[in-house]
Structures are given as structure tokens and as C-alpha cells.
Design a protein around this ligand. Sequence first.
Ligand code: GRF
Length: 247
Amino acid sequence: MATPPVQVGWVRSKDKSKDPYEEAAVVVHPEGTKSPPGLVHHRPGAPARIVVLVSGSGTNLQALIDAEAADPAFGATIVAVGADRTGIQGLVRAEQAGIPTFALRVKDFAGREEWDRALRDKVAEYEPDLVVSAGFMKLLGPDFLAAFDGRVINTHPALSPSFPGMHGPADALAYGVKITGCTVFFVAGGVDDGPVVAQAAVPVEAGDDVESLHERIKTAERALLVDVVGRLARHGWTIDNRKVTFQ
Ligand code: GRF
């Protein structure tokens, strides 16, 4: 049976007399052919709804919170922050900003699949246009990704496809590269290997240890993530095979 097409974003109407948010959905078929825009975006006049997933300090989340607060035209609003653990700074940052939070721990479920489905259902309650995994240290499973396919981005502290996994800065340092960086990509089910949205290069400096290198990467990562989320929210996007295009 053919896999159904998935809606992955929306495009603005070229008709300037129309509300710019009365947008048409972009539908991408599994084989990568883009169908003509047809559907009207279901939230005309409103900013894109973002759910952010975190596991730790949440400095990337903070950058998004600050960007939304600083610019009424940012185009995105964080409607919820979710975590896979409690007692983390990322959740505190969200609470301080008045954003609803939730935490779903794998150990509270019968297994990983049950956790994945519960996370899917919880995130779905907030009807996100985009899910941002920002330092979320769990792989999102097939049920979650099927529900939000083409609408989940992640940030990785290395230049994909180099150094995937949990230790990007350490692996780059151990390899001896002189340039590393960060990658924002659409999550496709593998480890840091989905379609690339944007990347930023960061030099490795003499005397760097993992912490100093990771901090330099994170400075670039926060700016990149804010830029990407704003552009996706304001312009919409398509994913054609692996090629991500802002509309
Ligand atoms: C980021 O470098 C992210 O890419 C990595 O963990 C870090 C999270 O930082 N997976 P923070 O929680 O946003 O401060």
C-alpha cells in the first residue's frame, strides 16, 4: 500500500491583499514530489505554535523564549515545554516565562514504545506546527515521528554528518578537527542524520577542552536555532527528498 503524503509546512499566499497567514499547506509525497499548495493553513493570523523538548540547562530554549519576547514579528510562540525528566533548569526557565510544562519519564512507563506514544499524545494536546528538540537527550520513536513527520527539528553540536550522537564536541576534539559547529535538522528517525536546515561553523582553538569547545558551539547554536525557528515559522518550508527549502 502506498504511504500517504504528509503535510510538512505552508506557504504564504502571493496575493498581497490577503492576510499573510492565510497560507496554503505544502504536501510532500513520500517519493519526494511536492504537490501544488492547496489547503489553507489552519491557524490564519496566528503565530506558529511551537512545543520545545528539553533535558537539561535549556539555554537554547531560553534563546527562543527571549526571541519571542523581543520581537512581536518573530512568528512563533512557545505553547509548551516538555522534558524527559524533572528538576532541570530547562523546566524552570519555562515556568519563569509562564509557559506550560510537562515531564514524562521513560521509567514511569512499561517500555520505550509506551513512553513514545504518551509523549506523542501529550505534545499533540498543544497542536504544534513545529516541535523543537533542543537538548532533548532521547531519541524520538516511530509513533511520535509518524504523528509529527516533517515538523520536528533538532539541534546537534557538530557539523552533520560528522560526529553524530551524544558526544559531538568530544568526538570532534578527539578527532583533531580544526572546524566543527552545529546543525539544525529535521528529525527522520536516525541519529542526527535527518535533512539539514542550517549549519554554523565554529573553530576549535588550541587549548580547548570539551567544555570550552561545547560552550563556543552553544553560542553559535542558540543564534542558529532562533534564526531557523523564526524563518520556518514566518515563511514555511518544504522537504524535497533531503533538500529543505524556506518558502
Ligand atoms: C546543546 O548543545 C544540544 O545540541 C546538545 O545539548 C546541548 C543542550 O544545551 N544536545 P541546552 O540544554 O539548550 O543548554
